[in-house]
Write a protein that binds this ligand. Structure first.
Ligand SMILES: *[C@@H]1O[C@H](CO)[C@@H](O)[C@H](O)[C@H]1NC(C)=O
Ligand SMILES: *[C@@H]1O[C@H](CO)[C@@H](O)[C@H](O)[C@H]1NC(C)=O
Ligand SMILES: *[C@@H]1O[C@H](CO)[C@@H](O)[C@H](O)[C@H]1NC(C)=O
Ligand SMILES: *[C@@H]1O[C@H](CO)[C@@H](O)[C@H](O)[C@H]1NC(C)=O
Length: 342
């Protein structure tokens, strides 16, 4: 998917500055936010300044990455939003006559995000105005999320994507405060209740959902917490990511204590490699977990909370033990070659 790879390139640039921490630093750190830094979700203002400098100097790979972004379909000021009243993902109740339409949400969220990056990097306000149009259209139109249980994926994935676009655009003087508030209200009334509902009840199936379901809903609460300056919401999501729910009978596979399946020591380097909860599933889902962990890690780091370093660098250890592109299912476990790990 083209729009996905465009975002990941810029995301990788941001990640390149992430610090690798010493084991055991996390346990003693305070992990609660009181006042938020803005912009402070996927990217900080330092990230934007760094990217801008690199692009202006035509340094590689930043310059080529920016050309890639700026020629993408979704990054054009001519992109027309298609806001929906009801966002539908997964087969809805047949009596409703609704049809799946979630592609509109992710395309428009990505478009708003990419246009905002173009504005921040070039200072050309045509791009910011186009992003404002997209977010205002959704803010004033969307009222609910529908579909079968997959609607909870829509709540998580598009929740953090829309909130990230808004968090970057909030400093644009051409986005009126009233419209920013309408967008915030849409996020907190449409996405947030579904994020909480999924994470606390898991749709009545306490040990069923793979990690990515939890991770996208955690990412959404963190991002919306940042955008709406709600530290209660943000800290709750961070706490869930680090510890799971107080009721241990509900298995939050995306929470770090459940997410870690096994540790291995790489022979030679003696580094720790970690099998993650979706390692043995398929390449697409395993890498989705990694992408979402990057979002969560950045949304922590940009608020001064080191989630990459938690539990002796669990996230980073999980990054290095990703499955190779797999064409078959290994029965739920990744196969670790004896040459790679002992
Ligand atoms: C669904 O569509 C049918 C045919 O157009 C219509 O008769 C029915 O009222 C619709 N149902 C709802 C819940 O909108
Ligand atoms: C800003 O971008 C728009 C759309 O690409 C372009 O038409 C316009 O010339 C640009 N303005 C400046 C000052 O570069
Ligand atoms: C912050 O979020 C929590 C949880 O969703 C909510 O109960 C509370 O009302 C929100 N606070 C504000 C100031 O909106
Ligand atoms: C892997 O190591 C980390 C860090 O020590 C630990 O938190 C985690 O529980 C370990 N995983 C397993 C399955 O033992």
């Amino acid at each position: 998917m083209r729009f996905f790879s465009l975002s990941s390139i810029l995301f990788s640039i941001a990640l390149a500055s992430a610090v690798v921490h010493h084991p055991s630093s996390y346990e003693h750190e305070n992990h609660r936010v009181v006042n938020f830094v803005h912009p402070g979700a996927l990217h900080s203002s330092t990230d934007i300044e760094r990217i801008k400098l690199r692009v202006n100097n035509k340094d590689e790979p930043w310059y080529t990455a920016y050309q890639h972004l700026s020629t993408g379909t979704l990054a054009q000021a001519t992109w027309k939003p298609t806001p929906q009243t009801v966002l539908v993902r997964g087969a809805p109740d047949p009596s409703t006559n609704l049809t799946q339409n979630y592609g509109y949400a992710y395309r428009d969220a990505h478009s708003a995000y990419q246009l905002t990056l173009r504005w921040l990097i070039t200072t050309n306000t045509t791009f910011a105005d186009a992003a404002v149009k997209i977010l205002n259209a959704w803010g004033s139109t969307l009222t609910s999320i529908n579909g079968n249980e997959d609607r909870m994926l829509a709540a998580g994935l598009y929740g953090y994507q829309f909130a990230n676009a808004a968090e970057l655009l909030r400093i644009y003087p051409g986005w009126h405060k009233d419209d920013q508030d309408v967008f915030a209200k849409m996020l907190t009334t449409v996405f947030v209740p579904n994020n909480y509902l999924f994470l606390t009840e898991h749709n009545g199936k306490p040990d069923f959902y793979y990690a990515n379901w939890d991770l996208c809903n955690i990412a959404s609460l963190m991002a919306i917490g940042i955008y709406t300056d709600n530290s209660t919401m943000y800290n709750w999501a961070v706490d869930l990511f680090l510890n799971g729910l107080p009721d241990p009978s509900i298995v939050v596979n995306g929470a770090l204590p459940y997410f870690s399946i096994a540790n291995f020591t790489e022979s030679g380097s003696k580094k720790t490699l970690m099998e993650i909860q979706e390692s043995g599933r398929d390449q697409g889902h395993a890498t989705l977990c990694v992408a979402l962990l990057g979002v969560i890690g950045q949304q922590g780091g940009n608020q001064g909370i080191d989630l990459y370093g938690a539990f002796r660098n669990q996230i980073l250890n999980g990054y290095v033990l990703l499955p190779p592109p797999m064409t078959r299912y290994f029965g739920g476990r990744v196969e670790v070659s004896p040459n790679m790990a002992s």
